[in-house]
Design a protein around this ligand. Structure first.
Ligand code: FAD
Length: 479
């Protein structure tokens, strides 16, 4: 008879492993089932995020950014580095080393917290049972008072561009190129596409991005998105909007791509093609036939605000449920669910989930845009401050970008913050905390910021909401 647990978590990505650790910390007898087999043939924890997502992509973004700085920007600072070159294989092994350290770290955290690690594919067999099929094909049934499904997501494949190993790849394949392609096509100018396109553009690829939508980064405030598009274009990313790919064909060592745009049918040729058109929830094999856990119309596991499925005692978190597909959203849901199972009151504020695009400069935002405010009939006041006027940005040689604060016109409460600029991903935490505590723009304006910092731009933007910015001329007059 296999062990009985208070909680069994299926999936050890940031949703699942965090839920498991929290549940164990709260005294619940917890197991986490994971099936992902890593490069070395053993089961690895960390899911998409640690293995093929957030972390490996940031390792390549950081390396490629340093390369560009050394090659193009050092000279202006008086640093002579005439023979800078990139060893892609070494960059990849650096990335692999980080992934190995971090995934191994989760196993260590499981041990330290008393989480039982079960290797294999987990399936909800009933509201209180999980069947695990090991990699040897053997099945074991485990009893659990509570089950958390954290099965994550996988890249979407589209019929016009079938994957061809090493030539037409998804985001996972794009993290494994062993040399810089001369001509690189990226289908989809969303967050992941922009990050991967940036990596290879910095290393010398001619990058063309084909995006079916008319708008660039439509979820970002329009003025910040426009500025970002201009900056990325200057870096060499050829972003074609309203370009709908109709086919791709591998011919020898080239990929021929056809697409339609405002001028009709177009054809172009690349050495490699990355298909980055989004991700879909991964629920294959996670729910046994006859177990009536509801999915929504898009295939996500249907959950309420506290991640309960329709089956009592069964919860689902992360990419396999509604909401943004982000590691930190998955983790927060995991914590909330573990707290609820342990009998604590817990809820999550979905209005304050930050988003970051790790291009250079980074783009980060939380809350609503000016356009959303208008569409919802909310009267807002806006303050913006350009990094071009920031002393620290000048010293950092990183003057591109703007920080923008959006506040309710009547109450002054902060409703959104949007930043494009160096370290925007770090700065946005101020907006998140401010919104979480219901702060007004004046609260930020009255806060003492360290000088010189990039964050002072946020301070100035908050001051500018009421026409009080110090280091630029205010459009609005101080009352
Ligand atoms: C290239 C790329 C870059 C990204 N960058 C960022 C970023 O910078 N910031 C950010 O917030 N997000 C980023 N993301 C998204 C982020 O990786 C996901 O939102 C996050 O990993 C979701 O966590 P999760 O736990 O829900 O699912 P996952 O991380 O997908 O984990 C699910 C786990 O469940 C396991 N599993 C599935 N079914 C079973 C089963 N039946 N039995 C056992 N195990 C199972 C899977 O093997 C996997 O390990 C990125 C994604 C990609 C692809």
């Amino acid at each position: 008879m296999a062990d009985k647990f208070d909680v069994i978590v299926i999936g050890a990505g940031p949703g699942g492993y965090v839920a498991a650790i929290r549940a164990a910390q709260l005294g619940l007898k917890t197991a986490c089932v994971e099936k992902w087999v890593g490069k070395e043939g053993n089961v690895v924890h960390g899911g998409t995020c640690l293995n093929v997502g957030c972390i490996p992509s940031k390792a390549l973004l950081e390396a490629s950014h340093k390369f560009v700085e050394a090659k193009h920007d050092f000279d202006e600072l008086g640093i002579q580095a005439p023979d800078v070159s990139m060893d892609v294989t070494k960059m990849m092994s650096h990335k692999d080393k980080i992934v190995k350290n971090l995934t191994g770290g989760i196993s260590g955290l499981f041990k330290a917290n008393g989480v039982t690690s079960i290797e294999g594919a987990g399936k909800v067999a009933s509201g209180k049972q999980v069947e695990v099929t090991g990699h040897d094909g053997k099945t074991t049934m485990y009893d659990a008072d509570n089950i958390i499904i954290a099965a994550g997501s996988v890249p979407i494949e589209i019929p016009p561009t079938p994957l061809v190993e090493g030539m037409v790849v998804d985001s996972t394949g794009a993290l494994e190129f062993q040399e810089t392609p001369k001509r690189l096509g990226v289908i989809g100018a969303g967050i992941i596409g922009l990050e991967l396109g940036s990596v290879w553009n910095r290393l010398g690829s001619e990058v063309t991005m084909l995006e079916a939508m008319d708008d660039f980064l439509p979820m970002v405030d329009a003025s910040i998105a426009k500025e970002t598009q201009k900056i990325l274009k200057k870096q060499g990313l050829d972003i074609k909007l309203n370009a709908r790919v109709t086919s791709s064909e591998v011919k020898g060592d080239e990929v021929v791509v056809k697409y339609t745009d405002a001028n009709g049918e177009q054809e172009t040729t690349f050495d490699k093609l990355i298909v980055c058109v989004g991700r879909r929830p991964y629920t294959k094999g996670v729910i046994a036939d006859g177990v009536s856990i509801e999915l929504d119309e898009r295939g996500f596991i249907f959950v309420d605000d506290q991640c309960r499925t329709n089956l009592p005692g069964v919860y689902a978190v992360g990419d396999c449920v509604r909401g943004p597909m982000l590691a930190h959203k998955a983790s927060e849901e995991g914590i909330m669910v573990a707290d609820i199972i342990a009998g604590h009151k817990a809820e999550m504020n979905y209005d304050t989930i930050p988003n970051v695009v790790y291009t250079f400069p980074e783009v980060a935002w939380v809350g609503i845009t000016e356009q959303e405010a208008k569409a919802k009939g909310i009267d807002v006041k806006v303050g913006a401050f350009p990094f071009a006027a920031s002393g620290r940005a000048m010293a950092n040689n990183a003057t591109e970008g703007t920080a923008k604060v959006i506040a309710d016109a009547e109450t002054d409460r902060i409703l959104g913050m949007h930043i494009v600029g160096q370290h925007a991903g770090e700065m946005i935490a101020q907006g998140v905390i401010a919104m979480e505590f219901g702060s007004s723009a004046e609260d930020l304006a009255l806060t003492c910021y360290a000088h010189p910092t990039m964050s002072e731009a946020v301070h100035e933007a908050a001051l500018a909401v009421d026409g009080h910015a110090i280091h630029m001329a205010n459009r609005k007059k101080r009352k």
